[in-house]
Design a protein. Sequence first.
Lengths: 720, 720
Amino acid sequence: MEPRTSLRFFFLFLAIAFLFLFTWTHLPSTPPPDVTALLDCATNSPSPWCIRLQSNKPLRVSDTPNHPLDPLTVKEINTVRSILSSHALFNSAKSYAFHSIVLEEPDKQQVLRWTKGDPLLPRLASIVARVDGHSYLLTVNLETTQVTVHDTVPLAGYPTMTVEDMTSSIWAPLSNAQFNRTITDRGVDLADLACLPISLGWFGKKEESRRLIKVQCYSMKDTANFYMRPIEGLTVILDMDTKEVVEISDHGRNIPIPKADNTDYRYSAQQLRQQQLNLVNPISIEQPKGPSFVVEDEHMVKWANWEFHLKADPRAGVIISQARVRDSDTGEMRNVMYKGFTSELFVPYMDPTDAWYFKTYMDAGEYGFGLQAMPLDPLNDCPRNAYYMDGVFPAADGKPYVRSNMICVYESYSGDIGWRHSESPITGMEIREVRPKVTLVVRMAASVANYDYIVDWEFQTDGLIRVKVGLSGILMVKGSEYDHMRQVPKHENLYGTLLSENVIGVIHDHYVTFYLDMDIDGSDNSFVKVDIKKQETSPGESPRRSYLKAVRNVAKTEKDARIQLKLYDPSEFHVVNPAKKTRVGNPVGYKVVPAATAASLLDHDDPPQKRGAFTNNQIWVTPYNQSEQWAGGLFVYQSQGDDTLAVWSERDRPIENKDIVVWYTLGFHHIPCQEDFPIMPTVSSSFDLKPVNFFESNPILRVPPNLEKDLPVCKAAVSA
Amino acid sequence: MEPRTSLRFFFLFLAIAFLFLFTWTHLPSTPPPDVTALLDCATNSPSPWCIRLQSNKPLRVSDTPNHPLDPLTVKEINTVRSILSSHALFNSAKSYAFHSIVLEEPDKQQVLRWTKGDPLLPRLASIVARVDGHSYLLTVNLETTQVTVHDTVPLAGYPTMTVEDMTSSIWAPLSNAQFNRTITDRGVDLADLACLPISLGWFGKKEESRRLIKVQCYSMKDTANFYMRPIEGLTVILDMDTKEVVEISDHGRNIPIPKADNTDYRYSAQQLRQQQLNLVNPISIEQPKGPSFVVEDEHMVKWANWEFHLKADPRAGVIISQARVRDSDTGEMRNVMYKGFTSELFVPYMDPTDAWYFKTYMDAGEYGFGLQAMPLDPLNDCPRNAYYMDGVFPAADGKPYVRSNMICVYESYSGDIGWRHSESPITGMEIREVRPKVTLVVRMAASVANYDYIVDWEFQTDGLIRVKVGLSGILMVKGSEYDHMRQVPKHENLYGTLLSENVIGVIHDHYVTFYLDMDIDGSDNSFVKVDIKKQETSPGESPRRSYLKAVRNVAKTEKDARIQLKLYDPSEFHVVNPAKKTRVGNPVGYKVVPAATAASLLDHDDPPQKRGAFTNNQIWVTPYNQSEQWAGGLFVYQSQGDDTLAVWSERDRPIENKDIVVWYTLGFHHIPCQEDFPIMPTVSSSFDLKPVNFFESNPILRVPPNLEKDLPVCKAAVSA
């Protein structure tokens, strides 16, 4: 074994040497293999997403929580770490890591009763930690310092990876000689290597009782866009706890690594090639009197007739809480939604071969949708008039860091119309009343390795909330021996589209499942399926043979509220407060209004679909249960599907006139096309939460039109 | 009969007296019963939608056509009228009216060959006229003055109503004593009457061989929003040619006329009541260097990488022609769409009772979608940076008038993202590249009596065209004896929602069918249904049991391309040029991408659905045929469904590698809710035409990001 060990050492040395070399270049910076250094901003500045408290940058995050739902502060996270480090479980451990330290939200009814000025409710932290190879769910009471260890024994799966898990995994294969040899044999310098940590799902015994990860690599020679240069067919299975290489699957040596040409998307790369394309003149959203919203106490957003609590979360990304809208008649703030967030994603790729079958990502539970939400780019990710909010997350060692500019809030005006009416030439009345539509957008963008998910919560003054998901970023592509379609044998399935020479964009789906704890004027609500049914007329009843009627069906239990959308069997989906009626007697409510979406067509007993069974329906409704927040389960990594929304819903609990949670899944089928190469123009879809007999009448009837005198006077910038 | 005649005369006198009285008031102006006066702008100014040539207002419309597709000019329409007035058919007629005078577009291949600088192609006019009770389709050659009368004998139905047909119809019932008596018996002053001309569809013999219309009335006492005050159950059937009252159906006298309270939506009415609601500060889209588009020769719009011909049309509203996009690699302008427009609408109401069953509007063919497109309201219908285009239409006497500000064109920036990628904390590379999304919107808004349809053609720099329809305006409501839901017997069907005391919003659908003559890099294209199919793996093939694959099916004939969308049997819908491949061998194409939509569920043999059979599928494809442009047929009024897209498609003609036309229908089910009272917040949906392997790669890769130095410097307006 001696020669192999020394060979391994040689290659490790070689790799480290290359990495040092790289710190001197102006190519995309390669992270050093020292994981601690990576998150230590003192040495790693000016990395904008890595601000430790030691940093001199003024922070927008305070050390005082003001609202029961405010996220843990830097100080509170430090307190938790300090309490736990002296706790028996941790101080006797060989090793431990914090996978999550977040606020354990107080009891919902207590929060609902709380009003500004009341003493803050007891602050608790919910912690997920790995200690000596075991997963723990704990609660720490920040005041009493009491630590409660919860029983999670029945749950398969592992916690969300830490950033340190991911970053350390991608360097671990370099310690393996066989790996390094195949890389160099394929003509790739180890220094050009860029690897990704790929969650491997669960397909049976192989993925059980050991925390594993698959690593696949790319060449980043001559491009920042290494994703377009896959080293195809090479998969390293690692033990994530020990970083031991468990297995190397080495196929596809005959497949060339696609060329770097035309893959770099950075503006600097275009400038070098003098290829800028100036299509449009500068354009900006301007507000001469400033924005119409305020963010009070760091987290309460108040805009127009809305207010809601907004915070960053390492798993969900953005959490909207206690969204309330002002009734234009009574002036009262009325509850609409207690909590809304991205609960889970499911992204199965459609290639059953060795290096691809396991790519069935669940980005929130595996990678942390918030952990991957990078700082937004002012003027481009959000317009000039945006306000930015930071996130505070713990590193694996429990030390807090600040993810700056993680969320933006801005008012949007695209030129759309809120409502209008002109009298037509028929009546001849000279009426033309139009109101512009201005909305408030809350945005984050998560970069889960190659892909970028833009999640918008858009509030409209007419009471509508639009939840929009945009997909951009870079495709996960497959190397191919083909450089032209004419070479492909007739019956060969490429599992995707040939996008460029030797590059296949593999077909995949995206599902984004939202948790929507609707509280329409109170917590006890019912879910009503309003079916739109064809009714035949009786003979002689009417010259019409048919018409449509609305048939209301109140869901009694969970199974009544499992919805698969059908164009030819349509329904509306109302959440109503059965105890509250409008003046003329309609139950007040909101409806979930789907737009373009896609449904998972995978076998229900296919292991990925079992884990992603929360996508079996587009809509589910469950009774409120504080522990049921993550549609794929608490421990999603290598989960077996025993803790999903589909399993909870199977209990078929009563949901009529109860505190209920609606789950909506927004889906996309993605057959890549050449326009997605080397980076994808944003594709988006959305769904709406829309008032339905919630207001007595149009709530924006009385808003004024735009007048020229109120608009700004602008001139070109000095530099223009 | 003597006493009845004098009674009728008395009521007519009474009505006219009231009308004179009304011209002195500041209430919504009531059109005088003199139809000629209505359109005579000399006496009727300052009505902004009625500009005759006599007017002193400078016109934006020129007298010289510049492009083969330019609409007829004022001068050309006058020439047509002059040619026809001396033609035997017209100069020997007792009466005639022009229902349409538009450009007869030259042969498509001739237009495609034409380039700027070439002599203009011969100018022809296509005319639809009614002469002594018969409908004619004629062509006039403006140069040779030759008149061709086409054979339209096989077609049932009548031409689009003239504005004069509509306006004269609503006053005609006042000549009927029985009508006037029932109005006054119901407690409505004749002077408060506002009536609507309602197309009555076709349900059998009753609607044959006579041009009929139904008139229903409202009280406009104390509100501009008379639509909310129906005089329920009263329907007058008129002969539209003679204005004779054929029948009066008089039911529902027990139904009260809903109150005027809270129905007026005008800002002036809110101001009177001191009820303004200022929700947001002023906001504006500003372009310090001005817009990035030009409109050349009045109709050629050139923006960013797009150019297209734009014109107003009395039936379609907006016609986009020869849309071409620049290839960012070659610089070449490439054909995408030869012609796109709103071909027809179908709006069936879902109430089979006497006063409602026939409400199954086909707004383009019956009312003229362009004729009803009123001047847009600057700053509210379109933002400050908009450019406006006028329409030139003929009155019934053939005299041209100008519909000013009928179309707007503006650049939109809502804060959305064109494409983006951040490197995640996993790779640690400091990359954050984001490009804002700026689009060009072409907008019109048609007010077909109560309803307002906003139609947007939105061009994106990534090659996508989004076609969006917004619905706003005022509901068509039904009077009801109920003022609270508790009064409604359990099994009674209201056919809608009780919106306010005694007001029911009747359930209805909207279908908007678009004609899309796609020419992807040339006219000969194929329609490819790319099915997304579940594929089971073979035992042992993969740990996966299933995946999705894309199966391409080229439509051979029309019946292969009749598409009903299914969420669980999904497809992509490509229009490709089979003769042109990308560098790696994919056929170049565009795809039709549906978003939220609705399908008609009515019986196919229900008379309205037979007339609206073009909504039987969401997508159809036909071979190009210059005469097949109107999905409901040329003569839609009282049509019997014998000239619809469904009938044409039944011929099952070959469509592979042919010049093909795609038809897409965007649908909405509308169960009204109280928020729609008294005027509806806009609801919208859209579909996309999206490049799919049309470009070699992302066409906006090389656009620059926004930079602060390019943005404007603004200050509040002086008055602020």
